[in-house]
Design a protein around this ligand. Structure first.
Ligand code: GUN
Length: 283
């Protein structure tokens, strides 16, 4: 059996087109959506991500402002910029690209963003809203994963989902979203004993660890849905995910490629959150 591919590029294109329609409708009412993106330092991967986000905004009719600062920027200077953007009515979303330099407390910075403009969904108010099932902003990568599962038409109720990774950005919110969809959820992480024992029982696996090709074919139940959140750069410069794609695709029922899977959906969900924030602000 060869798995069906979940084409993140094509699905993201559909979402971006829907966002563009909503952005145009807002602009016609004089409320063009605006996103501010802040990059501190010169991490090459972050530079690529940020460039892609800004470009996607332009294509969707979202006004974007990119602010880049040297790694020497102080925490107080960054907090002052966030305060100014919180007060700027032309800006509906604020994204501070992570990681930040070590002298800056990332959580402190995230908490300084107005929750209504936290389109990354990282603020404790949005994390708490997700936990208790209230309306807030969902982190873009797990949100994109949920849209992919919705797209392939899998009924999550009663299914066993295994999330590998427990980060605040992906693993934990992913598990909560799957739980909200009535899946039975297991969260595995670096201290999990016998990871394969858990993954072999899974109807849905979300791999978000950051270790190249760690999910191998023997760890996957035939027919399972496998979402690969990993983006790892190999010594030869090529990108690969956390899933051993060539082998796992022979076992799984559905699988996302890297690149071209979850990544494009993350950006599409950022645009969706931003247009949503602008709609809520416009009333
Ligand atoms: N770094 C890696 N992923 C993300 C993300 O989704 N948002 C932000 N702000 N930084 C990141």
């Amino acid at each position: 059996m060869t798995a069906q591919l979940i084409d993140g590029v094509a699905l993201a294109r559909q979402w971006r087109a829907r966002v563009a329609e909503r952005a145009a409708a807002l602009a016609a009412r004089g409320h063009r959506p605006g996103l501010a993106v802040i990059l501190v330092g010169d991490d090459p991967a972050s530079q690529v991500y940020v460039r892609n986000k800004v470009k996607a905004c332009g294509e969707a009719g979202i006004h974007s402002v990119l602010e880049t600062y040297p790694a020497s920027l102080t925490q107080d200077e960054l907090l002052a910029r966030i305060a100014a953007l919180n007060a700027d009515p032309t800006i509906h979303g604020i994204l501070v690209q992570l990681p930040l330099p070590p002298h800056i407390d990332a959580q402190r910075v995230i908490e300084a963003i107005a929750p209504a403009k936290d389109v990354d969904g990282f603020h404790v108010a949005n994390a708490g809203a997700l936990l208790v099932g209230q309306r807030g902003y969902w982190p873009c990568t797990p949100y994109g994963c949920m849209k992919m599962l919705e797209h392939i038409g899998i009924e999550l109720r009663g299914k066993h989902a295994v999330v590998i990774g427990r980060s605040n950005i992906v693993g934990k919110p992913m598990a909560l979203l799957l739980l909200q969809a009535n899946a039975t959820v297991t969260i595995c992480h670096s201290a999990t004993a016998n990871l394969a024992h858990h993954t072999r029982q899974a109807d849905v696996i979300v791999a978000a660890v950051g270790r190249p090709r760690m999910l191998t074919a023997d760890m996957v139940k035939p027919g399972a849905v496998v979402l690969d959140v990993g983006i790892n750069r190999l010594p030869d410069g090529k990108l690969c995910g956390d899933v051993d794609f060539d082998a796992v695709r022979e076992v799984a029922g559905w699988i996302t490629p890297v690149p071209g899977g979850v990544g494009p959906m993350t950006i599409a969900m950022l645009l969706l959150n931003t247009v949503e924030a602008a709609e809520r602000a416009a009333g």
